[in-house]
Write a protein that binds this ligand. Structure first.
Ligand code: LLP
Length: 422
C-alpha cells in the first residue's frame, strides 16, 4: 500500500495534489511520501519481531538527506557502499555503530573514515580486502569488526544485471572456501570476526532462493562455530522485490520473508541484520513529468515527455516496467490506446514504454511514473545537459523541495576552462 491516490480527480501524494507541486517546482520531479517510507520500514520491523535485529536501510536505493534523516530518526541502521554514502549517513545523524559497509572495492581511505566513526561492521568481500583492512586497523590503532560476504551460488531468478549470488558474479567469496578465509581473518591483527554476510540479488520475487541461501548460511554458522569462531551476527542482505506491475504481480510480503528468516536462521541465537532498499523506497516515490508533444509516427504514436532516461534510467538499463498514469484521473470507461512513451534525449533507448495502453493524453498533461522512489533520482545524470532532476518530500498536507533543480548557470559553472585556452 502507498499514499499516492486519486482524490477529487487528481493524483495526490498523501494530502498534496501533484498539480500543486508541479506548478511550484516545475517538471520533471520526484516526489516521496513520508507515510509510505515510514510504513515500509515498520513492516520490516514487524516481520522480524521476536528476533534481535537491525534494519540497515540500503541507502543506495534513495540517499536523499531528508529520506536518510527520516530513517535515522526512526532508529534505522544503514548499509553503505562508498565513502560518500558513509558521509551522508553520518550527516543525517546515523551513528557509526548502526552503519554497515558493503561493496567489493573499499579503499583504505574509506576504511579509515569508517573506523574513525566506530563502524558497526565491514562486510568484507575478498582476501586482499581483508589484508588491507587489517593494515588500516593496525595503523590507526583500531579494531575492525567484520562479517565476510559469502557467495552461496544460488540463483536469485532476477534480472542478470542485479543478481549477485551466483559464482560468476564479482561478489563475496565462494561459500566452499569460507572456513579457510575465516581462519585467515581470525589470525590477522586488527580484525574482529563477528558474523556472516550474504546478499543474493535485487528484485527477488520468490522466497525459495532466500530459503536456499539462508540454509547454507545456517550450516556455515555451525561449521564456523565448531572451528572456534564466535559467530554472533548474520547479515542477510536485501533484495525483496516490489510489484512494479500492479495489475499482475504480487511478490512475497515482508511478513513471509520474515518467516523464512525465522525458520532458517532463527534457532542460531544470532543478531539479524537485513539490508532492504527497494522495498522501503520504491513504492514510496513517483516521478512526475509533463507531456511536451503527442507525435503521430508511422503506424504508432509517441508520447514525448520532459522526463528522460537521464532522470529515470531503469527502463533503458534493465528493460524495467514502471506503471505510468495520468495525474488527472481519466473518467471511468475512457478508451485506452497503445502509445510509445519516450523522453527528449537523442537515443532510441530513451524509451520508457512501448505500445503502452494509455487514456488520451494531450500536450501539457502531467503523468506519473509509479514505483520510482528507489534507484530513480540516485541514478540520474545530466546527460544531454539536462539539469539534475529535483526531489520533493511530502508529509501530510505539507511538501518541501529536498533537492532543488540546479540552475543552468550552476550546471555550467561546475566546469572550468584551462588557463592555456585564454
Ligand atoms: N545490500 C547489498 C549488498 C546490495 O548490493 C543491495 C543492492 C542491497 C542490499 C539492496 O537491495 P534491494 O533491497 O534494494 O533490492 N539499480 C538496480 C538495483 C541494484 C541493486 C544493487 N544492490 C535497479 O534499479 O533495479
Amino acid at each position: 500500500m502507498d499514499h499516492f491516490l486519486y482524490r477529487d480527480g487528481i493524483l495526490h501524494a498523501e494530502d498534496v495534489p501533484l498539480t500543486e507541486i508541479a506548478a511550484q517546482v516545475g517538471t520533471p520531479f520526484y516526489v516521496y511520501s513520508t507515510a509510505t517510507l515510514t510504513r515500509h520500514y515498520r513492516v520490516f520491523q514487524e516481520a522480524l519481531d521476536g528476533l534481535d535485529h537491525l534494519i540497515c536501510y540500503a541507502m543506495k536505493a534513495n540517499s536523499n538527506m531528508a529520506v536518510l534523516r527520516l530513517f535515522a530518526d526512526l532508529g534505522a541502521g544503514m548499509d553503505v557502499v562508498s565513502g560518500g554514502e558513509f558521509r551522508r549517513a553520518i550527516a543525517a545523524g546515523v551513528p557509526g555503530e548502526r552503519i554497515v559497509f558493503s561493496g567489493v572495492g573499499k579503499t583504505p581511505g574509506e576504511m579509515r573514515l569508517a573506523l574513525e566513526h566506530g563502524i558497526r561492521q565491514f562486510n568484507v568481500e575478498s582476501e586482499p580486502e581483508l589484508q588491507a583492512l587489517s593494515q588500516v586497523a593496525v595503523a590507526t590503532g583500531t579494531t575492525a569488526p567484520i562479517a565476510i560476504r559469502v557467495n552461496p551460488d544460488v540463483d536469485a531468478r532476477t534480472h542478470a544485471k542485479i543478481a549477485t549470488g551466483k559464482s560468476e558474479n564479482k561478489f563475496g567469496i565462494p561459500i566452499a572456501r569460507a572456513r579457510e578465509v575465516y581462519a585467515m581473518a581470525a589470525a590477522l591483527p586488527g580484525i574482529d570476526v563477528i558474523g556472516i554476510d550474504v546478499h543474493i540479488g535485487s528484485q527477488l520475487t520468490e522466497l525459495e532462493p532466500y530459503q536456499n541461501a539462508f540454509r547454507l548460511v545456517a550450516e556455515l554458522t555451525e561449521a564456523l562455530r565448531a572451528d572456534g569462531h564466535d559467530i554472533r551476527r548474520l547479515d542477510l542482505g536485501g533484495g525483496l522485490g516490489i510489484p512494479y506491475e500492479r495489475a499482475n504481480s504480487a511478490p512475497p510480503l515482508p511478513f513471509d520473508y520474515g518467516r523464512v528468516v525465522k525458520e532458517t536462521v532463527g534457532h542460531l541465537g544470532c543478531e539479524i541484520e537485513i539490508e532492504p532498499g527497494r522495498l522501503i523506497a520504491g513504492n514510496a516515490g513517483l516521478m512526475v513529468a509533463s507531456t511536451i508533444y503527442v507525435k503521430e509516427g508511422e503506424g504508432r504514436s509517441f508520447l514525448i515527455l520532459d522526463g528522460a532516461m537521464n532522470d529515470l534510467i531503469r527502463p533503458a538499463m534493465y528493460e524495467a516496467h514502471h506503471d505510468i498514469v495520468p495525474v488527472v484521473e481519466p473518467v471511468p470507461g475512457t478508451e485506452q490506446q497503445p502509445i510509445d512513451i519516450v523522453g527528449p534525449v537523442c537515443e532510441s533507448g530513451d524509451t520508457f514504454a512501448k505500445q503502452r495502453l494509455m487514456p488520451p493524453v494531450a500536450a501539457g498533461d502531467l503523468v506519473a511514473f509509479r514505483s520510482a522512489g528507489a534507484y530513480g533520482a540516485v541514478m540520474a545524470s545530466e546527460y544531454n545537459s539536462r539539469p539534475l532532476v529535483p526531489e520533493v518530500l511530502v508529509h501530510g498536507d505539507q511538501f518541501a523541495v529536498v533537492r532543488a533543480r540546479p540552475t543552468y548557470e550552476e550546471m555550467i559553472e561546475r566546469d572550468s576552462i584551462p588557463a592555456w585556452m585564454d
